[in-house]
Design a protein around this ligand. Structure first.
Ligand code: 1Q0
Length: 214
């Protein structure tokens, strides 16, 4: 990260996703997890009503950090290395939950699905009109992505919580990049890298038939 860049603003977080991609277009685990940690910090500023969401995200980040701190850390240096290592060694429950409820592959798959929500939501925010409601933007992006993988009770709790979201202008201001216009411009610059990370992961998981891991 360049000197003087604010890691606490949304820009710093989105830049993390940009720096995930190495020269071979593999996704590096550490900046990927840093990106998620930054997003969780944002979520935590929005009030306790979102804590059931941030707790789940934190639990998943911790699973991955434990792999990165273990003797197998090199096998988790990138998403590609992880898929290769876990599949070669039979460390993933492919059809039903069993011996490996916290495999890296199934854990990253959950975050990967949430990244789709994030992209849709921020893109919605970027292209919204000043009178748009964040709860509607958030519900629409959730219904078009993550909701498809959640049981009714979680969908209900999530959509209720969305009513407590800050307004569009407060959101754009919380990004800490200056004016509303500057925040919108920043989103336009940063969103393509989120989409790139999403697409590469989607291809990787499709190629190895990992998109439905229990
Ligand atoms: C801004 C509002 C945040 C809305 C987040 C949308 C996601 C709703 C997800 C509801 C998840 C409920 C908790 C449990 C879910 C698990 O069952 C599920 C599956 O895991 P498993 O192990 O049971 O198979 N887990 C997931 O689907 C993962 C969910 C991770 C969500 C991570 C969300 C991180 C949010 C970041 C907020 C970013 C705000 C950015 C904008 C800032 C602008 C100033």
């Amino acid at each position: 990260m360049a000197d003087g860049e604010d890691v606490h603003g949304l820009k710093g977080v989105l830049v993390m996703f940009q720096s995930c991609l190495d020269s071979k277009e593999e996704i590096l685990m550490d900046p990927y997890l840093e990106g998620w940690k930054g997003l969780v910090r944002f979520l935590n500023t929005m009030g306790p009503i979102f804590s059931f969401i941030s707790k789940d995200a934190v639990a998943k980040i911790q699973i991955m950090e434990t792999f990165r701190g273990s003797e197998q850390q090199e096998n988790y240096i990138s998403l590609q290395a992880m898929v290769n290592y876990e599949l070669t060694n039979g460390l993933v429950d492919l059809k039903q939950p069993g011996t490996y409820p916290t495999s890296g592959c199934r854990t990253i798959l959950r975050l990967h699905r949430a990244l789709r929500w994030l992209h849709l939501f921020l893109e919605g925010l970027r292209t919204s009109s000043p009178s748009s409601k964040t709860s509607t933007l958030c519900t629409d992006s959730y219904n078009a992505s993550l909701a498809n993988y959640h049981p009714w009770i979680i969908r209900k709790a999530a959509t209720m919580a969305f009513y407590a979201l800050p307004t569009r202008d407060a959101f754009l201001e919380n990004m800490k990049v200056g004016t509303t216009e500057a925040a919108i411009e920043m989103l336009g610059e940063a969103l393509p890298s989120i989409s790139r990370v999403y697409d590469i992961t989607e291809d990787l998981f499709t190629q190895h038939k990992l998109l439905d891991l229990p």
